[in-house]
Design a protein around this ligand. Structure first.
Ligand code: GLU
Length: 304
């Protein structure tokens, strides 16, 4: 195995002084306060050895990264039935686009765009006794860290400005693809997106995706086949309308969020999280993408 600590430190030092080109997300007002210069990288190897640099232990809003975790929980609950309500094709459109939903009769393109994640949230609201508590408990189990929590200020900030998500949920409801109340489903969705986690906690939580469904604590949560499906969706749909570019530059499945985090992974080898809040025009962290491109190039490790 390459010397990962050396590689991530070298990449961090090369990128850290570079000016931040792009913008911190501000359509959720609470996210606009995050200092743009924050930058951290954490890498967790399959053998559980961990490597960190910069602000890798600081908490940030994971936003859309949570969509992978809610999908995992929905698959654990109803398995292949998920695909009766959401498709598995890349959208080639921004994360909150609505036009395809109308063209395709209320079946979202995939579970990692907003409309798809709202359908997954609806499934969890139906399947779980206490959706918010049970989802948080699932994340605690995966990570082995009971300190992980929702950020109420971020959740209520998004609730007051999430007009497009209300539009998507209402459209889904009109096509019969939302079983519960719009308000109830979106309340859960805004909470799941508000999870506040560090790069290190995200790597711990995503360990099951490199370890055939067995989490870092040693419990089997998903089958190998379910992991194959989720990793495939991360590769093809994990980066808004830039999934092709991410595969081209970085060559790993992953998921980004508008809080500036990116989780990426090489099954059986490592999981890596970067955090830098300044986003490119497609909504992905500019420095995070650059760092991951350099890390897979220097280590010679990607799925290709
Ligand atoms: N909660 C955010 C939204 O629905 C998530 C967006 C993202 O991270 O892509 O707008």
């Amino acid at each position: 195995m390459p010397d990962f600590q050396k590689i991530i430190s070298q990449v961090y030092q090369g990128l850290e002084p570079m000016p931040n080109t792009g913008k911190v997300a501000n359509y959720i007002p609470e996210l606009a306060h995050v200092p743009p210069q924050k930058f951290g990288i954490h890498l967790l190897e399959m053998n559980k050895r961990a490597h960190s640099v910069g602000d890798a232990q600081e908490l940030f809003s994971i936003q859309s990264i949570s969509k992978v975790l809610s999908l995992a929980m929905a698959m654990a609950a109803i398995d292949e039935k998920v695909w009766e309500r959401v498709d598995v094709e890349p959208s080639g459109d921004p994360f909150n686009h609505l036009s395809l939903l109308e063209q395709e009769n209320g079946i979202p393109r995939n579970p990692l765009i907003n409309a798809g994640a709202i359908v997954i949230a609806d499934i969890l609201v139906s399947e779980l006794k206490k959706p918010k508590e049970d989802f948080l408990e699932f994340v605690h189990q995966l990570s082995g860290d009971n300190n992980i929590a929702y950020d109420e200020a971020v959740a209520s900030s998004e609730k007051s400005t999430g007009f497009k998500n209300f539009a998507a949920a209402n459209l889904l409801k009109s096509y019969g693809n939302l079983k519960n109340d719009v308000e109830e489903v979106l309340d859960f969705y805004f909470y799941q997106c508000s999870l506040s986690m560090s790069c290190a906690q995200l790597c711990d939580t995503f360990y099951l995706f490199i370890n055939r469904g067995v989490c870092k604590q040693g419990t089997q949560h998903l089958s190998l086949n379910q992991i194959k499906r989720i990793n495939a969706l991360m590769l093809t749909c994990g980066f808004y309308d830039e999934a092709g570019e991410f595969a081209f530059e970085v060559g790993l499945p992953g998921k980004s969020g508008v809080g500036g985090g990116i989780v990426a992974l090489l099954p059986e080898h490592f999981c890596i999280t970067t955090w830098s809040p300044v986003l490119n025009p497609k909504g992905n962290s500019t420095k995070g993408m650059a760092a991951l491109e350099r890390i897979t190039t220097l280590s010679g490790l990607s799925i290709f």
